[in-house]
Write a protein that binds this ligand. Sequence first.
Ligand code: ACO
Length: 352
Amino acid sequence: MIRTKILGLGSYVPERVVTNEELAYLDDQHVRQETVQTETTDEWIQKRTGIKERRYVPNDGQWATSDLALHAAKRALTDANIEPTEIDCIIFGTLSPDFHFPGTAVVLQKKLGIAEKTSCACFDIRQQCSGFVYGLQMADAFIRTGMYKRILLIGAELHSHSLDYTTRGRDVMVLFGDGAGAMILGPVESDDQRSGVMYTSAHADGNGAMDLYLKIFDISRRPYVDYNPKDRETNKDMYPQMDGKRVFLNAVRGMVMSTQSALAKTGLSWDDIQWFVPHQANLRINEKVVEVAKIPAEKVLNTIQFYGNTTAATVPLTIDHWRQQGKVKKGDRILASVFGSGFTWGAAIFTL
Ligand code: ACO
């Protein structure tokens, strides 16, 4: 039978490292100032989130989310040893698309030099931090049915341009970083139920939609975008808003539930799995998930310390980071569990 195999993996983060200490001095263009702009401390950020630093794109107006994606995609293509022209489907997960429309997948298709290949389908998906697992489920279904043969699955985010660099926005601003992760997926003939992408699940609860959101515009009104830099209440819509405690509780619950049901439905135990890769929202969330779901601590991979929360990119970025460190190896079986705005959540089990 046809099963989905991971043919390649790649990731990219910008070179600029922004430490917690520097964050307090950034202005709204994320340029370092002499005086403190946001009341926050390294101690507070590390204690509540585990984050030490994150990466930001250069502030030269030259970078879009699709550029981060392009770098990660090229690395995944090299890893898979395939040419961009072989890609017949792009699935792009992001909450920071280049534009309102068109979607970022078509922009990436052009940047990859395959826009003339009109038979390459381009999907943008909007499941925020759960985008990667949702996208993997789509890719798996497409490949198993024979619809597409070489899928580029991308999670990429450019957060640094849309954060509120003031004390008002500090609860959210300190969490996010820029980055991208990519996978190439294709079919393989195999009767081994455990090979390749073994399991995916995707869940949602729209009751949480306003617990973590970034509006920018409201299509029900005219004008549907308000922006007055001097009016703090109006320009609030330009920045992400979050009820941190509700997100925290629901994230722990969703990730524990999806992890436990992934094991129950596949009949696997932790002995069969080399690595647990949780979404990287907050180290405290992940520690709680590990404790409640009784996950062996030595199997847990985190990168939030170095990259912050890169939403749709966290899972492939974390796997690739630890692969580059020599920890994760080809053939390892991974259980990934994610939770994001929406609320959306899910889990996947796959072999690298
Ligand atoms: N620096 C210093 N102080 C801060 C900061 C900051 N960056 N942010 C908030 N505070 C202050 C608050 O103003 C508050 O001050 P007060 O007591 O004088 O009113 C105090 O710290 C405590 O604030 P709380 O919101 O109660 O702090 P909490 O312990 O809940 O931690 C946090 C906040 C870290 C955001 C937490 O709620 C959390 O981790 N929630 C999960 C959210 C998350 O991870 N989101 C990521 C995106 S969602 C996703 O990817 C799934």
